[in-house]
Write a protein that binds this ligand. Structure first.
Ligand SMILES: C[S@@+](CC[C@H](N)C(=O)[O-])C[C@H]1O[C@@H](n2cnc3c(N)ncnc32)[C@H](O)[C@@H]1O
Length: 424
């Protein structure tokens, strides 16, 4: 049998060698940072959020996934994939019935005691725990006795992460299962009223959260939790020269409970921030949680971003907003900035911090999968979509031909585009 040439990216041996060399790079990077090598115990620390680690992690995921696909073959691969919803079912139960908190962080618990605390029949608790243990989420240390692993402990210790996970396993998981039915019902309507979410829950996501206040508050917390999962917020901090705004005002439009404004205000002690949102619930959540030291610099205002922007400021930020809307609504959103930008000094930035979908071959398969996963998520939840730089430029031009993307500060896990109203 002829060996494939060295460097053939579809050869299992080549991929395995890449995995080895990337893993060596990961461990020496951890050594340089004096970070311990990860393990599955509750004492293992989370990976560092350095750009080197992130880029090695992305490369490793890309090659490791390809190796497994080649070795498993499509039949085995799909057998695992098309049963994933049963995995999610087990997580749904564990989250809803608080298994993560009920298992003590030190020691462990017998399944019978866990079942009593969760108030569910023992059999089903055992089924779920044994299933999760196959993924190193909990460990059955002796028969019928479970302890935490690093993965299960993270959920017990990070309530915002748990909120994000629970929200996905609850309303979003249910919504995603109705995706094709939503198209059958409305093949040519692509908007929030005809999203899979609305098909499943009989209300658009925004109406649903207004009607289900507790879930609305969980959604706001989940948004904050998700940002802790990656480097997006530190990228936002580092990729725009915020110091140039001095003691000027940044308006964070659709800022929810204000976690981004708070983060920026903490990092740039002269900056003032106004958080605008349509949801009084989210604004109230932000106001309640606001640290006393920030009270003079971070404020909250109810505002519908489809109405003309009422504040003349030094910079405007829309983060994870455009991707929530279909094209017509995105054009209305951008148009609403025109009156304020007309009154602002030339060069006042409108910052769009949103995913920028890659052109063909621009990103690794792992990164592109994550970005396109979010593209499908926007469709499922809101009947909306993510966009490439060119697609953004076209929508901005439709809103006003003077709106131009002057700089793309980042095309990382989330992009950052700086738009100006070019007054000629
Ligand atoms: C996906 S969240 C983004 C929150 C925040 N910008 C972030 O990056 O975490 C979308 C936000 O837009 C707000 N929103 C939705 N419709 C709005 C409208 N018409 N006017 C103002 N805010 C709105 C929602 O309440 C929510 O807080």
């Amino acid at each position: 049998m002829t060996e494939p040439p060295l460097g053939n990216t579809e050869s299992p041996l080549y991929l395995a060698e890449r995995i080895l060399s990337l893993t060596k790079e990961v461990t020496s990077h951890l050594d340089e940072l004096s970070c311990p090598t990860p393990n599955f115990s509750t004492r293992s620390s989370s990976p560092p959020l350095t750009s080197t680690y992130e880029s090695l992690r992305i490369s490793l995921n890309t090659v490791a996934a390809d190796l497994l696909r080649l070795i498993n073959g499509p039949q085995n691969h799909f057998r695992t994939l098309f049963c994933t919803h049963y995995d999610l079912a087990a997580y749904q139960v564990a989250l809803e019935f608080n298994f993560f908190e009920l298992v003590p962080l030190e020691g462990g618990i017998a399944v019978a005691d866990l079942a009593k605390k969760a108030q569910i029949q023992e059999d089903r608790v055992e089924m779920v725990m044994r299933f999760l243990a196959t993924q190193k989420v909990f460990k059955e240390s002796t028969i019928g006795f479970f302890e935490h692993t690093n993965a299960s402990a993270v959920i017990a210790k990070e309530p915002l992460l748990k909120d994000a996970f629970s929200m996905q396993m609850d309303e979003m998981f249910r919504a995603a299962s109705e995706t094709s039915r939503s198209i059958q019902e409305q093949p040519y309507k692509f908007d929030s009223a005809n999203s899979p979410f609305a098909t499943r829950h009989m209300l658009s996501a925004y109406e649903y959260y207004e009607a289900n206040r507790e879930k609305g508050a969980r959604f706001a917390r989940a948004m904050a939790g998700v940002t802790q999962l990656d480097r997006q917020v530190s990228e936002l901090r580092d990729e725009f020269p915020w110091e140039t705004l001095g003691d000027g005002t940044l308006v964070d439009i659709g800022g929810g409970s204000g976690h981004i404004a708070v983060y920026l205000a903490k990092n740039f002690p002269r900056l003032k921030c106004v958080v605008q949102d349509i949801s009084p619930l989210m604004l109230a959540e932000g106001e309640t949680q606001l640290e006393t030291s920030l009270k003079g610099r971070v404020s909250f205002q109810t505002h519908d971003f489809f109405q003309p922007q009422p504040l003349v400021a030094n910079a405007y930020l829309i983060r994870q907003i455009a991707h929530n809307w279909n094209n017509d609504d995105a054009i209305r959103l951008f148009s609403a900035f025109i009156p304020a930008l007309e009154c602002s000094p030339p060069g006042t930035p409108l910052l769009i911090n949103d995913t920028i979908l890659p052109e063909l071959g621009e990103k690794t398969a792992y990164e592109e999968h994550q970005l396109r996963q979010l593209d499908i998520a926007m469709w499922v939840v809101l009947g909306a979509k993510q966009r490439s730089e060119q697609q953004f430029a076209a929508l901005l031009k439709e809103a006003d031909p003077r709106l131009r993307i002057m700089k793309v500060h980042s095309k990382g896990s989330m992009g950052l585009m700086e738009v100006h109203l070019v007054k000629e």
